[in-house]
Design a binder for this molecule. Sequence first.
Ligand code: SF4
Length: 357
Amino acid sequence: MKIMPLIQMPKAPNIIAPPMVEEQLTDSVRATLIARIKQLMLQQNAVLVAHYYTSADIQDLAEETGGCVSDSLEMARFGHAHAARTLIVAGVKFMGETAKILNPEKRVLMPDLQANCSLDLACPADEFSAFCDQHPERVVVVYANTSAAVKARADWVVTSGTAVKIVEHLHKQGKKILWAPDKYLGDYVQKTTGADMLLWQGACVVHEAFKAEALQKMKLAHPDAAVLVHPESPAAVIALADVVGSTTQLIHAAQTLPNQTFIVATDNGIFHKMQAVASGKIFLEAPTAGTGATCISCAHCPWMAMNGLQKLAQVLESGDNEIHITEPVRSRAVRSIQRMLDFAAEQQIAPRMRGAA
Ligand code: SF4
């Protein structure tokens, strides 16, 4: 019997999420801020590109001003195609960096540069690069939730909407994969495609907190509900899903499935769009075990919550919080992102929800 050598997996750093601080505004302050932001955006030829996990205020403002609310794949596409000279990215750091990588000539601002992601933080570029060096025979595929430096080390960047198809494509070519940073999404992609994948051991603090046993009980209490699960969740939670997909795919399912009730295992910021595209339907948060248990985020990302109208107005006033990436890193990172965008365009993956709100 042939003995396979043991592969030493690097240990991802333990990530401590910041405390949740959500913006609280009176109606009159909110209205004043929105009017000021709109004026500044017009003056500065700026467009707002926001993620589904940001607040309802930010999402509404993006749509009202001709911007975009979407997943990270569509955010990248939209910012790239839009003629605005300034992109304001309301989301987390890797999204701002991706916008800058694709648009070096544009000014990219973010409401808060501390808004990060546990997956990005769990994959330091130096350690990751050393791990890649140990496995030169493998194609390096990284999730979009990584730093510019990690993308620069990768052969491919993928999003949750493109991961399965891209890995499938590589697997058919006989390639072995080195995957980072999300162990749960990597496990899901590995099981779905059958590809040979080495998985980095990062996790999303929001999705990791969903609990299968409690979800099973919730399903029994709501037998007509469809369960929608983002694949950054643990395998036992994914196993209970009716639909597994990216945020855009889950919103599409909420809109098109005949069910009136949905149990949703992803950040609860997505409910704003789900309610807009499927008004009258009922959306319930999948259980994270609640008070006193292990839930770190309770279905909302503390870094996404750092985006708010006050900070948005402030960066437009001051020009602070601009994203900068060195050209050697950018020019390497853009190849792996562009590869994904070209593949997604060819395969027509994850079309944007139109007329949704
Ligand atoms: S929800 Fe998870 S994956 Fe998304 S930004 Fe927050 S920590 Fe990262």
